[in-house]
Design a protein around this ligand. Structure first.
Ligand SMILES: [Zn+2]
Length: 179
């Protein structure tokens, strides 16, 4: 099978019959800059194959990378591993999707997700970017054994300044202060 490690934009019409395999890693400067808003300087590896299947195109593969995030519970820095496997279809529409339809909509029906495009140019960088964004956990957890202890200590520290704030004391203690 034909292999490419350079191009991130493909022309679906020019794919070989048995498909083309694409492999990208962090050495690909062009792709790295497209993903930097999600993964910063982290490395990544992308291995995918695009294959014609009648009127549609199959896109199969996986993306592995990491993200720097903070734990949603204890607030400490953490590295979130991302491993996204996909098996989707690219469907070329003859007409532009009607207003209100986005370019990428998951099918409500059972079956593989469909990427609807309006031309034969397909931007793999955008596809990869969207997949990493979707794979990002909404509430990452560090899984450290002391995650909850650190969270509780942080909550106590956050409360203490309020307890010692004279403005929030009740009247009786204020009177006592004035003597
Ligand atoms: Zn944590």
């Amino acid at each position: 099978m034909k292999q490419s490690t350079e191009r991130t934009t493909i022309n679906l019409k020019q794919l070989p019959e048995n498909g083309e395999q694409f492999q990208f890693d962090a050495a690909h400067a062009g792709l790295h800059s497209r993903l930097a808003d999600l993964i910063g300087e982290r490395t990544y590896h992308v291995d995918l194959t695009v294959r014609p299947q009648g009127n549609v195109f199959e896109i199969v593969g996986e993306i592995t990378t990491e993200m720097d995030r903070v734990c949603s519970h204890c607030g400490r820095d953490l590295t979130v591993p991302i491993r996204d496997e996909f098996n989707e279809l690219i469907v070329v529409l003859n007409e532009r999707p009607r207003a209100g339809h986005s370019g990428h909509t998951g099918s409500l029906l059972e079956g593989p997700a469909c990427n609807y495009v309006t031309g034969y140019e397909f931007d793999l960088a955008e596809f990869i970017h969207e997949h990493i964004a979707l794979a990002e956990p909404a509430l990452p957890l560090c899984q450290r054994a002391d995650c909850d202890d650190v969270f509780k200590r942080a909550s106590v520290q956050a409360k203490n300044p309020i307890d010692f704030n004279p403005l929030l004391r009740d009247n009786s203690s204020s009177k006592k202060l004035r003597g």
